[in-house]
Design a protein around this ligand. Sequence first.
Ligand SMILES: C[S@@+](CC[C@H](N)C(=O)[O-])C[C@H]1O[C@@H](n2cnc3c(N)ncnc32)[C@H](O)[C@@H]1O
Length: 312
Amino acid sequence: MQIHHIPVLLDFIGKEILRPTDKFIVDLTLGEGGHTAFFLGAGKRVLAVDRDERILAKARERLAAHGAALSTWCGNFADAGALFERNSGEYDLVLMDLGISMYHYRESGRGFSFQAEEPLDMRLTGGDGLTASQIVNSWPEHEIADLFFRLGGEKKSRGMARRIVSERSRKPIESAKALADLLKSFAPPPRHGEKHAHGATRAFQALRIAVNGELDHIEAGIRNAAAHLKAGGRIAVITYHSLEDRLVKETFKSFTGAKVHVNRYRERPVGSGWRLLFDKPVLASPDETRANPAARSAKLRVLVKEDPPPNV
Ligand SMILES: C[S@@+](CC[C@H](N)C(=O)[O-])C[C@H]1O[C@@H](n2cnc3c(N)ncnc32)[C@H](O)[C@@H]1O
């Protein structure tokens, strides 16, 4: 079996987030199972979730030797409330490693990659939900432009939407490669020391987020985890772009509450029962990003349920 995805911030999570006393971990974004393989190897029990049944089946096969230490559930972490209830109060660490896996680019056949002559699908789940092809081939020009701008931060969104609409009036844009080739020339000039970004990068990101409603589930996922976490337990979330990161930051803030000044140099949260493990998000080290460029944009934030809750 070929494993494509290198788990991000794994060393840091192993050393700074996971504690020797932790027994029960929830991995809400199993993927090919990189983080979970580590947790199982460290003797932990893991409950793992992924909404993509194909990658979940692959991870189960990879991790089969761990037997009953691993249980899995296929579904959206936003809908995992009932699942969490089974062992409510026993979870020491919940991990959410957001976005998609290298598996999706390289093996899924669902049109995530620029080079692929694959149908423009991009759905993590099967069934009859919206596909990237439906957006590209049927949405009005201004809605495509708005989508690329809002979910991709694409500055040339209007020009891109215009080109898409003109092309599709001749023939439908059927493959990921056809769309990527069409948008290639919108590439921004390379920034100093960085590799030249493909012109379709932001548009593809926006399509993927829209097709899977990615931003709609994060808050509910965190709230499910928080409701059933053990006292002293931690929720660790890794994000890969600013829209995700802002949502995680705001959701965490709704737990930690407003800060009050203790004196002019120090602030502390009003006794909410929650605190942040780190004031600033943790980034991958230069060594890690050299070895795994996908880690370049990763940001890790960790919310802690205090034990015992503060007496304020
Ligand atoms: C970045 S990958 C996880 C990689 C994994 N940590 C590893 O080391 O192999 C994110 C995974 O989360 C899944 N996913 C994304 N959104 C989800 C959601 N709302 N509920 C459940 N799974 C989700 C994706 O299908 C993908 O497999």
